[in-house]
Design a protein around this ligand. Structure first.
Ligand SMILES: Cc1cc2nc3c(=O)[nH]c(=O)nc-3n(C[C@H](O)[C@H](O)[C@H](O)COP(=O)(O)OP(=O)(O)OC[C@H]3O[C@@H](n4cnc5c(N)ncnc54)[C@H](O)[C@@H]3O)c2cc1C
Length: 432
């Protein structure tokens, strides 16, 4: 591996979908890549809810970054949290797990630090309503959901049992929809015969969202299907409501007319919103970059920050023409940024078609980027990760619903990237 002091130092912050694919594009080049992540694990987030409901173990949805990237001889993994950046000195300040600060120098910086759960200014809700962004969140949710059935079993007061068998989910996006359906299935199928006092089939699952329907962002047809499927499963929909308070015993929701209603539920789960992590604010301060309402960094079409062509922001943390925060966008942008840097450092012409293909996907002006094309791309992306899928038709079913509504066979979360295989779709393999 080239010395870190040689020119051509590339630093990637974040080893999620975006960071991994950027690393992939930079594999084997005559430059040194440092991947900084505060966690040693890559997490396959789309399967978090399966982990939360006990279908998969955490080991099946995570893989050590070092192992995934062990064949990348020009890359080293650093377990640390990036907290600041100095664009003039071209260094990123990081904190080791032990608390010590150190600087990582870069010539090119790719930021892929994702987003975190947002409680819309009510962080105090988090203690009662865990989110769903990390493995630790998923394990907390699992503990609370299964714990609720256990406590209901030993409750002597029927009213108390009812509260323990009531599950409230805040947020009617893909995660809330998947989780709500999964809890009802757990109650009516998996756990049905396992309790003697409590009847799991009595479990009420309430889904709250401020919009007029779940999955409204995916269009009326899909949203309508989600409504039907959720109702068939017995999920109670409370659309058009804003949750105004959460505590140990339930939540309060306000409808469009301003009426507030109290719901008793011992388990409240939060899947309602996301915001950029603190590193985004540090980056914006240091570079003058603009942040959108969720704190994401607004990037130019080539994914760089205005005035800083050496810094790219990719994946969920980038804000680019309302592209959604989904895995395929993270992977496409990771490849794009990685190959862009590679071309700048080596002048390799063979990377051009890749950059063009990814660019075309991200560029609406090229006619290929509309978000409605993303389900097809998502399908390809999931295939690249060996996630079994029932393939959605373009524009009909987002990849989010693949596992939940159409399981063909038990999911396998094999996270290895197929070695030596061409990338999916029309993105050609690159030979350095
Ligand atoms: C429950 C759930 C279900 C989903 N389902 C789907 C789906 O079905 N289909 C789909 O396409 N998308 C889905 N998504 C979205 C998809 O997972 C994200 O779009 C994707 O993970 C974004 O990739 P990323 O690399 O930008 O960020 P992430 O994957 O979040 O990775 C960010 C990485 O940065 C690290 N990090 C953060 N801050 C720092 C720091 N300061 N210093 C060092 N490291 C840091 C984190 O540890 C993490 O490893 C889902 C997301 C969730 C949460």
């Amino acid at each position: 591996m080239p010395e870190q002091s040689q020119p051509g130092r590339v630093v990637i912050i974040g080893g999620g979908f975006g960071g991994l694919f950027a690393a992939r594009a930079l594999r084997g080049g005559p430059f040194a890549v440092t991947l900084v992540d505060r966690s040693p694990q890559h997490v396959f987030q789309p399967l978090l809810y399966q982990c939360a409901t006990g279908i998969l173990s955490e080991g099946q949805i995570t893989a050590p970054l070092r192992r995934l990237l062990r064949t990348h001889r020009n890359l080293r993994c650093v377990a640390a949290e990036a907290v600041d950046v100095d664009p003039a000195a071209r260094t990123v300040t990081c904190i080791r797990p032990g608390g010590e600060r150190f600087a990582v120098p870069y010539d090119h910086l790719i930021v892929a630090a994702g987003v975190r759960q947002s409680y819309f200014g009510h962080d105090e809700f988090a203690q009662w309503a865990p989110g769903m962004k990390s493995v630790s969140d998923a394990l907390t949710v699992r503990r609370r959901v299964f714990g609720a059935f256990e406590i209901a079993e030993t409750a002597s007061d029927p009213e108390e049992r009812r509260k323990w068998l009531t599950f409230a989910l805040v947020g009617g996006g893909p995660t809330g929809v998947e989780l709500a359906g999964q809890i009802r299935e757990l109650a009516t199928k998996t756990l049905r015969d396992e309790y003697r006092q409590a009847n799991p089939e009595d479990a009420r699952v309430l889904l709250f969202d401020g919009g007029k329907a779940p999955l409204a962002m995916f269009g009326e047809e899909l949203s309508g299907k989600a409504v039907r499927e959720l109702r068939n499963l017995g999920v109670e929909l409370h659309m058009g409501t804003i949750v105004t308070n959460v505590d140990a015993d339930g939540l309060t929701a306000r409808d469009h007319d301003g009426n507030e209603t109290r719901y008793e539920a011992k388990t409240v789960l939060w899947t309602a919103g996301v915001e950029a992590p603190p590193f985004a604010a540090a980056l914006a301060r240091a570079t003058g970059a603009e942040q959108d309402r969720a704190g994401r960094i607004v990037v130019r079409d080539d994914l760089s920050i205005p005035g800083h062509p050496e810094i790219s922001v990719i994946g969920d943390m980038m804000s680019l023409r309302k592209l959604p925060g989904v895995a395929e966008v993270a992977m496409q942008s990771g490849l794009y940024a990685g190959f862009k840097v590679r071309r700048e450092l080596t002048g390799e012409q063979s990377t051009r078609p890749v950059a063009r293909a990814v660019g075309a996907t991200l560029d609406p002006a090229g006619g290929a980027t509309a978000p409605e094309r993303l389900p097809r791309l998502g399908r390809l992306a999931l295939r690249a990760h060996h996630v079994p899928d029932r393939l959605p038709e373009p524009g009909r079913r987002p990849p989010h619903l693949v596992g939940r509504f159409h399981p063909r066979r038990p999911p396998r979360a094999r996270l290895h990237h197929p070695r030596g295989r061409a990338l999916p779709g029309r993105i050609p393999a690159v030979r350095g």
